[in-house]
Design a protein around this ligand. Structure first.
Ligand code: ATP
Length: 366
């Protein structure tokens, strides 16, 4: 059985009577990569503050590697092996990339000794390995001030790893990054997950999909839902929290809506105003007796999340769902006076959905 590295039991944190964390329970296995999401004010920062000893809980306990760490200071928690990376990079801009890593490897020494003393060969090897892991070998001797925002994020993750923590807490590592840098950071975290336990706090859903296995959704200081990303996205309670309310649709219908949202949003297929109109029409079809704006908002949410075709298509489990996707997309084309036989995107969709097994790289076709 895999060892539990972090266990949080009945945790409550009150600020003047307001419960920022409310009877929260969470458990993380050794070697697990866990993503924690939640709307503003859900308690994500407070949770990290409690784990790292910055804030002490009102009630409840935190156990790390089987040891109770509630009551310990930030410094003591860090020494036991929990490393934290804040949202904004905190690298030394006046030092080179390599010097930043040297310093992180030598937290117990001071800046001057790191800069002017000979570094032992084992530490040198460690830094060389780290540079490679974070993809900054070619920039090792550049000043950190010359790095892009994404490279600074990777450097700081490297600095965190340099201290050999067993558990890494990483707060919103891709906020403000380009798509390419987001992918790089994702790949770095996945590589690190092979040898570390990692908790990532994140808002960017596309990124969550890239790295996520198990996702915990926080809401009002408690765990609202825990599961794999596809379950999270179609869970009515989670959608309700993100939108304020949720349509009464089954997870299977939600998945169909995801693909229809992608279809409507396909490059060059419809004008932007027409897209809005189509979304309303599809929403009305799905709404049944309920308010169609709820379905419309769900469709808009899926559009804003930039779900990938491959991912969405892989979620379709039942032949009935595939038929529904094809029928709806054909109806949309017909309603716009377009021939489905002349629509490349529709034809590709047909090919994808009528195959026995869904083939990877559907996205290329779209
Ligand atoms: N020191 C404090 N004193 C009073 N209230 C606080 C304090 N710290 C946090 N809170 C409140 O606790 C709740 C949870 O805050 P927290 O910052 O943990 O949420 P979050 O999920 O990190 O939100 P965000 O995504 O906006 O950063 C919020 O309502 C916040 O206003």
């Amino acid at each position: 059985m895999t060892e539990t590295i972090l266990k949080i039991e009945d945790l409550t944190v009150s600020f003047d009577g307001f419960k920022a964390i409310n009877n929260l329970n969470l458990s993380l296995k050794k070697g697990e990569l866990r993503v924690i999401i939640g709307p503003n004010g859900a308690g994500k920062t407070t949770l990290q503050d409690v784990i790292t000893g910055k804030v002490q809980p009102t009630t409840g306990q935190v156990y790390f590697k089987g040891r109770k760490i509630t009551g310990l200071s930030e410094h003591e928690v860090a020494r036991l092996g929990i490393g934290r990376k804040f949202q904004t990079p905190r690298v030394y801009l006046n030092l080179t990339v390599r010097q930043n890593l040297d310093l992180a490897c030598n937290r117990n020494k001071n800046l001057l000794s790191t800069l002017f003393k000979t570094i032992p060969s084992t530490e040198k090897r460690h830094v060389v390995g780290l540079l490679e892991t974070i993809g900054l070998t070619a920039k090792a001797d550049l000043s950190a001030s010359l790095l892009s925002h994404g490279e600074k994020q990777r450097l700081e993750i490297g600095m965190l790893v340099a201290q050999s923590p067993d558990l890494l807490l990483v707060d919103e590592p891709v906020a403000g990054l380009t798509d390419e840098e987001t992918e790089n950071v994702g790949a770095l975290l996945l590589a690190l997950a092979e040898s570390h336990s990692i908790i990532v706090i994140e808002h960017d859903m596309e990124f969550v999909r890239q790295i996520a296995r198990q996702v915990t959704v926080l809401h009002q200081g408690s765990v609202l839902f825990e599961g794999m990303m596809d379950e999270v996205q179609t869970n009515p309670n989670v959608i309700e929290v993100y939108l304020g309310k949720s349509p009464e649709l089954t997870p299977e219908q939600m998945t169909v809506l995801q693909i229809i949202a992608l279809f409507i949003d396909s490059d060059g297929l419809f004008e932007i105003d027409d897209k809005r109109q189509i979304i309303s029409e599809v929403a009305a079809k799905f709404a049944g007796g309920q308010d169609p704006t709820l379905v419309e908002e769900t469709l808009q949410l899926y559009l804003s999340e930039e779900i990938e075709w491959d991912y969405a298509i892989a979620q379709l489990q039942h032949p009935g769902q595939k038929e529904q996707v094809l029928q709806l997309s054909q109806d949309i084309l017909t309603s716009r006076g377009m021939e489905s036989s002349e629509c490349k995107i529709y034809q590709t969709l047909v090919q994808q959905l009528t195959k026995e097994d869904v083939v990877p790289n559907a996205e290329e076709a779209f």
